[in-house]
Design a protein around this ligand. Structure first.
Ligand code: 9MR
Length: 348
């Protein structure tokens, strides 16, 4: 009995040693920037990156470099970007993001290997047999993961595979290859880079409900079969309209209990325009609660925003009359949401 207790204590100590935040010399101080927050909390703070401003805008690069410890290509690693014609790979955009990250000591999250969107026409309009299609998916995953072996630390292997009711989304992959395409994708990715952390990623997964229940069942099943799945990404596209998902942390904990990492992979908090101080304050509170949820969960590895500036955000193009969803405004001024995140570092 005694030795079991000792083993438990030692195991707990080992866990603490690998997951706890590094001790800070100034525990009571607010970190200077998000990088400081990341170092204090042990959670990577990332942003999605768009290649055009990365190439063209020095102030965009400056903030990205100063604030973030991780980057995700917003579009440049998607299938239509990297393989616009069968077997002809175009890595310029993806390489630009990875090179920037390496120069600035940032981690890279790979997004995404298998999705139903942003597929090239040669693939969606092609006439392939099921077996050919399976080979095409395997080659695509293998080529992309190998190219960035050791450079991309985590991959969103499958993205948005669920419907809201928890059934699997009908897609080219499901229809033609059957549900086994998910396990195959993880196995192929793992073979191409055995050290990369491999994730299931989705939106509207933040609260407990049919969709997150289904994700939980999926990863449970994959793990039981020995499929190399390591984490679940909660995109976190939130809106002031719908309220903050109050059970976010409890939900994440269900995944942690399976031995998985979690991450908030694409957070933004949109609002109906015009911007008011009240809305900015409410938005700050959503961001704060989301990071708090992550910090309260063991092995929440990353908190990534889907673009850091309102100057370049997908929201206005997709939700009419909405926007201002990011941490920095269009002129790259820090918004209340930014300060609400930093303040969480004070107590660490
Ligand atoms: O931000 C991306 C936008 O520029 C693209 O036009 C869009 C196309 O589907 O994809 C956006 O990113 C999505 C991400 O890849 C997956 N989760 C939802 C994101 C917002 O739509």
């Amino acid at each position: 009995m005694k030795s079991r207790v000792l083993v438990t204590v030692l195991a707990a100590l080992a866990l603490t040693a690998t997951t706890a935040a590094p001790a800070s010399a100034h525990p009571g101080r607010t970190p200077e920037d998000l990088r400081g927050l990341a170092h204090k909390t042990g959670v990577r703070i990332g942003s999605a990156v768009a290649v055009d401003p990365l190439t063209a805008e020095a102030d965009y690069r400056r903030v990205l470099r100063r604030e973030f410890t991780s980057v995700t290509a917003e579009n440049a690693m998607k299938w239509e970007s990297v393989e616009p014609e069968r077997g002809r790979y175009t890595w310029e955009g993806a390489d630009a993001v990875v090179d920037f990250a390496r120069h600035n000591r940032q981690a890279v999250r790979g997004h995404t290997l298998v999705w139903h969107n942003q597929l090239p026409a040669w693939l969606t309009e092609g006439t392939f047999t099921d077996e050919e299609l399976r080979g095409i998916l395997r080659d695509h995953i293998t080529t992309q993961v190998r190219r960035y072996r050791g450079k991309v630390g985590s991959w969103d292997v499958v993205n948005e595979v669920f419907n809201e009711d928890g059934t699997l989304r009908s897609s080219l992959w499901l229809t033609r290859l059957g549900p086994g395409y998910i396990a195959d994708a993880f196995r192929w990715a793992h073979k191409a880079d055995p050290r990369a952390k491999l994730y299931v990623n989705d939106y509207n997964l933040e609260w407990i409900g049919p969709k997150s229940d289904a994700a939980l069942e999926l990863v449970k099943g994959l793990k039981a079969e020995g499929v190399p799945v390591h984490g679940v990404g909660f995109q976190g596209h939130l809106s002031l309209e719908y309220g903050f998902p109050g059970d976010f942390a409890d939900n994440m904990r269900r995944f942690t209990a399976l031995g998985l990492e979690t991450a908030i992979t694409e957070i933004d908090v949109r609002m109906h325009l015009p911007v008011t101080e009240e809305k900015l304050a409410a938005q700050a509170d959503y961001y704060r609660q989301a990071l708090s949820a992550c910090l309260s969960v063991r092995r929440c590895a990353e908190f990534t925003v889907w673009g850091f500036t309102d100057r370049h955000s997908w929201i206005p193009g997709w939700f009419e009359g909405q926007g201002a969803a990011c941490l920095f405004d269009e002129a790259l001024n820090r918004k209340p949401a930014y300060h609400s995140l930093l303040a969480l570092g004070r107590r660490r």
